[in-house]
Design a protein around this ligand. Structure first.
Ligand code: PLP
Length: 375
């Protein structure tokens, strides 16, 4: 077996002489000139007919969306379906599973907002993961959705525990693993049935594309997800997928560097709290002492959060930093910080989310030091 970087760089080689796979912007493809090769819609063998040489229309599938799905199979240890955003992937999972009840806890506010639509349209029941009695209400075919590490804190939950709780009732466990993609975390090893990623974040890595992924071990599930996507029009765009293929070549370098930078910055802040009276709390899985952390994570998320002593201090803090853009999102090579109250109505208004990039960590530490000690 080849390593992650070798695989992601060399598995995109094709019959073209281009070193970088070409950007295909076409939405439609010419049918064969040979009338014998023309197939009526009623005679097609299934949705997978549209793969390989049978590309017809880019909403269904196209060269670079297929390339991404093939490239990521080995890293994600499953069959991959790519989408035009992380939320499109989440909605696709709900559409496929069609649960009557979803159990969910702290998670990206957009996922909660999609569940509100499902409550409104389909009478879906949404229950709190923190109330253990709620697991008794699960029926076969229901869904437990676990985001770990969780947005915005970067702290982790025990996948194995929730997998067991879901499976006891015949329900499925989906893990949103956006904050710690492999090699940091491998949710299938701990009992997840379906894995979701916003590939906009670490896989994209340059803050210039939107994408989502679902990963399954089951070929039949992949085919159904693919067919739904084809009809719902949520395939990744052509240009975005070319950007994503580019990004994957440096993925391993970036994720390891970002994880290492973040863990060092968190350790520095946490162990120097007495020097920074404005700093109240630091949140990150590297500060958790739970036993499962050791087996579940082989590296920590490059995103963490802090709270300051007041909302006003938090609001003013981003403008004191030199190397952290004040912006939403995460996962890019450039460090970001966000006064999270701007985009998430559910959080402590003194909370700042930090996405650590690939800059030199000493500069990031110096930057935080000057910002925390300036008046
Ligand atoms: C954990 C998590 N899941 C899902 C999403 C949604 O992804 P996208 O913005 O690609 O739709 C985000 C976005 O921030 C996220 O942080």
């Amino acid at each position: 077996m080849t390593g992650i970087s070798t695989d992601l760089i060399h598995s995109s080689e094709s019959n073209y002489i281009d070193v970088t796979p070409p950007i295909n912007i076409t939405t439609t493809y010419k049918y064969s000139d040979d009338p014998e090769k023309l197939v009526k819609a009623v005679d097609r063998t299934g949705p997978d007919y549209f793969h390989n040489d049978n590309w017809t229309y880019s909403r269904l599938t196209h060269q670079n969306s297929e390339l991404i799905e093939n490239l990521l199979e080995s890293l994600l240890e499953g069959k991959v379906v790519v989408y035009n955003s992380g939320l499109a992937a989440f909605n696709a999972a709900l559409t496929h599973i069609n649960p009557k009840t979803v159990i969910i806890g702290q998670a990206y506010h957009g996922c909660h907002a999609i569940l509100e639509i499902w409550k409104r349209n389909f009478d879906l029941k949404v229950l709190d993961i923190n109330v253990l009695d709620n697991f008794e209400k699960l029926q076969p075919g229901d869904l437990v959705h676990l985001e770990t590490p969780v947005n915005p804190l970067g702290t982790s939950f025990d996948i194995e525990f929730y997998a067991k709780k879901a499976h006891e009732k015949g329900a499925l466990l989906m893990v949103d693993a956006t904050f710690a993609p492999p090699p940091l975390q491998r949710p299938f090893n701990h009992g997840a049935d379906l894995i979701m990623h916003s590939a906009t974040k670490y896989f994209g890595g340059h803050s210039d594309l939107l994408a989502g992924l679902l990963v399954t071990k089951d070929e039949e599930v992949r085919q159904k997800l693919f067919y739904d996507r084809l009809l719902l029009g949520t395939n990744i765009g052509n240009l975005e997928s070319s950007l994503l293929v580019r990004s994957l070549k440096t993925y391993e370098l970036r994720i390891l560097r970002q994880s290492d930078n973040c863990t060092k910055l968190v350790a520095y802040l946490n162990s120097n709290k007495e020097k920074f009276p404005n700093l109240k709390e630091v949140f990150h899985s590297s500060l958790q002492s739970d036993e499962y952390i050791k087996t579940q994570l082989s590296g920590h998320s490059p995103t963490f959060s802090i709270t300051l002593q007041s909302e006003d201090l938090a609001k003013r803090f981003p403008s004191k930093l030199k190397y952290f853009y004040h912006a939403t999102s995460l996962g890019g090579v450039e460090s970001l910080i966000e006064w999270r109250a701007i985009s998430d109505p559910t959080v402590d208004t003194a909370l700042l989310r930090v996405s650590v990039g690939v800059e030199n960590v000493e500069d990031l530490i110096d930057d935080f030091t000057q910002a925390l000690t300036s008046s």
